[in-house]
Ligand binder design. Structure first.
Ligand code: CU
Length: 167
């Protein structure tokens, strides 16, 4: 069941990559409609893409080659739109991906199986060594969530953190 779902997800990702490569017929290709739909804000269990103008607070996280986020825990208020600035203090590529433990586990397994897989969503930021990345997220669901670096090996080495969203 799990395996089947992973394969389907990979097929979907491959399909949309192909659509982007051959995007000359915007209204005839159902795959292009899927690509268009990706620009619409999608509600996730851990929140929704935020508007930069709505961000009243910036939280800065450091990412390091010892596979740690600092801080490894952040707290936000329900409904808050936060700008997350992620500074890569290391010599290798790192990323931050927000999610639930289950969504991150699943995504990490995909990354292991398809290491060159391109992924880009509003709830993630890939940051080159020495650079600072940013994402804006609206935490409109309360609960406990996770963030992680899903680069193969990093997640498995414990490059994760937690987010508490309180009403
Ligand atoms: Cu990393």
């Amino acid at each position: 069941m799990k395996t089947l779902h992973l394969i389907c997800t990979a097929a979907l990702l491959a399909g949309s990559a192909t659509a982007l490569a051959h995007g000359s017929q915007p209204h005839e290709n159902p795959a292009n409609m899927a690509a268009d739909a990706m620009t619409v804000k999608e509600q996730k269990p851990w929140g929704i893409a935020g508007d930069a103008e709505a961000a009243r607070r910036t939280i800065t996280l450091d990412m390091s080659d010892d596979m740690r986020f600092t801080p490894a825990h952040i707290s936000v208020r329900l409904g808050e739109t936060v700008r997350l600035r992620v500074a890569n203090k290391g010599q290798t590529m790192h990323e931050i991906v927000l999610g639930t433990p289950a969504s991150l586990d699943e995504h990490a397994q995909l990354m292991l199986r398809f290491p060159t897989m391109e992924h880009a969503e509003p709830y993630m930021a890939h940051v080159s060594p020495g650079k600072v990345g940013e994402l804006v997220w609206n935490f409109n669901r309360d609960g406990s969530f996770d963030f992680a670096c899903l680069i193969p090996g990093h997640y498995q080495a414990g490059m994760r953190g937690t987010i508490t969203v309180t009403p």
